[in-house]
Ligand binder design. Sequence first.
Ligand SMILES: [Zn+2]
Length: 180
Amino acid sequence: MSNQVENHLKKLFGAFGRRPLRQQFDVYMEWADKYSAGVVEEVVVHSINNEEKLPTITKLRTLAKSLSPEINNFSMNGIDACWFCADTGFIPYLYEPNDTTSVWHIRMMGCSCSIGQQISGVTNYFDGHEKLQFEEETRQHPFMNHYQMVTYIMNQRNKEMKRDSNNGMKTKSAVKKEKI
Ligand SMILES: [Zn+2]
């Protein structure tokens, strides 16, 4: 194991004011072993800037995936979850309200990874879409996977739509309450 990686991890513990136990440090080293020093550094820097306390291994793993999707994409061994579908084989696509469905809704499509390819009868997501919908949003929120992000956006948009449709009434009652 390179000194570089060890130093990054020491920095991580240091930043959160922790002096790790040998065993604990070993566990983190084991995690870091799976990544290049560059990825470990990125994850450490991101954690220091964004986390309130020392991230767990699970969090670090999620972070590493979202920060370096190119090395995790289309994983062949099925051990590392596919960044696109989280090993479900399915990727959701969000559609706006139309004639048949009056709300924002999701249609599941197949992923291009080994798991997605085993699912028959589902249109491949990347046949019809050049890039992942809401990819940017998902990358900006490493603790939500793509499915969670799309579902979240769908719910938000439906909420907004509902709010807009009875906006007049709500605004009035809100004003009234404030006066009291
Ligand atoms: Zn996949």
